[in-house]
Design a protein around this ligand. Structure first.
Ligand SMILES: Cc1cc2nc3c(=O)[nH]c(=O)nc-3n(C[C@H](O)[C@H](O)[C@H](O)COP(=O)(O)O)c2cc1C
Length: 135
């Protein structure tokens, strides 16, 4: 089983969220799972501009050239996807939200979930691991 953790903290490996991630992954490794962590703070992820090109003009392909196509391939390969953002104003940090918004092309070919299911392994399980500081 391949587990992919998306650390969505701007503090990355030095943050509180990483403490939880480490604990989680130590347990996961004991089960023999393969694990990988992506630190969004180290990735180039442009904001979605809402042009809808990935739906209407170039289905499945975003106009931005950044790290998202590679990240979407990694999502596709994972058996378990763990989102690990800290809580920011009762939500997620902007870099995590950009990462979520930019998965929009995955709804369309060649990243479409239906397409994956038909052709290759599909990431079917998603979990959330979050750290917070206030009450
Ligand atoms: C901009 C900002 C917004 C935050 N909003 C909340 C919040 O709404 N609720 C909460 O309990 N903690 C909030 N916190 C605290 C963080 O969730 C907490 O410090 C978290 O452990 C940080 O994780 P990190 O060290 O991995 O970045 C906020 C922190 C920041 C910097």
């Amino acid at each position: 089983m391949k587990i992919l953790v998306i650390n969505g903290s701007p503090r990355g490996e030095h943050g509180n969220t990483q403490v939880l991630v480490k604990e989680f992954l130590e347990g996961a490794k004991e089960t023999g799972a393969g694990t990988e962590i992506v630190y969004l703070k180290d990735k180039k992820i442009e904001h979605c501009v809402g042009c809808m090109d990935c739906m209407l003009k170039t289905p499945g392909i975003c106009r931005h050239q950044d790290d998202m196509p590679d990240l979407m391939l990694r999502l596709r390969e994972a058996d378990l996807l763990v989102y690990a953002p800290p809580l920011y104003i009762f939500s997620v940090p902007g870099l995590m939200k950009d990462f979520m918004d930019r998965q929009f092309p995955m709804e369309r070919k060649p990243y479409s979930i239906a397409h994956w299911s038909a052709t290759r392994k599909c990431s079917s399980n998603t979990s959330m691991l979050t750290s917070k500081g206030w009450v």
